[in-house]
Design a protein around this ligand. Sequence first.
Ligand code: AMP
Length: 274
Amino acid sequence: MIIARTLAELNSAREALGPVGFVPTMGALHAGHLSLLTAALADGLPAAASIFVNPAQFGPKEDFGQYPRDEAGDLAKLEAGGCSLVWLPSVDIMYPPQGATSVHVNGPALHWEGAARPGHFTGVATVVAKLFGQIRPAAAYFGEKDWQQVQVVTRMVEDLYLPVRIVPVPTVRETDGLALSSRNAYLTTADRKAAPALQAALQKAAREMLAGKEVAATLHNARHDAALAGLVPDYIALVHAETLEPIAALVAPARLIAAAKLGHVRLLDNIPVQ
Ligand code: AMP
């Protein structure tokens, strides 16, 4: 596995590899990240991963400074998972002082995480566009865990005619249903026990909607269920799966999306309704 820390090291590694499947991450890797690597390898492509905690996608009051970092552990996991190249850029490489360009996505970036975290998706789209320019991947793998992010990146790639195929990969969960997340490490023992309630509320809502129950009443109950378990729901919504616009009736393609606070930790989850 080649470890590149400078653009010169990255460029020589890229020339040697040919087309690659790319897995962008912020590190603190878990089985969810590794499933993206597995998906790239299953497509018959050598895998390139990046580890970069992107300051531009954190708000001023968010956890950039405290975000978990474990470079040695991450490199061992990537190597064991069959990764060919790891790109570890510095903040100065990604955001040189003369840099003057960012990527602003409207449409699927406007609501939900976009509203809760102003500037977040501009930070995501900008860093992903830069990483695509550096790595020039044939395909890039993103977790459905961050459903809105996948739609934002897909929209950007179509709008800018970027020559990369975006591949969504299903969410990897704990046995009790909690979606794996690097931030789950911050949950207290009691909050960790309560956390699967978000997924359970979504599953129940999906069952009820599919049985014909009215959407608004179902969503109201889902928020109530999550609150009873001790979560503070930010949103639980039924949306068009690609535009992320809220929808008032169950029409395909639909997705149930949710964010809720548990202590200081913000949990995200989503499931299909079909
Ligand atoms: P992050 O390091 O949190 O920026 O995540 C890097 C990539 O891993 C993103 O595409 C995430 O959606 C994906 N990812 C994170 N958690 C999971 C999970 N539980 N299952 C599948 N993919 C995930």
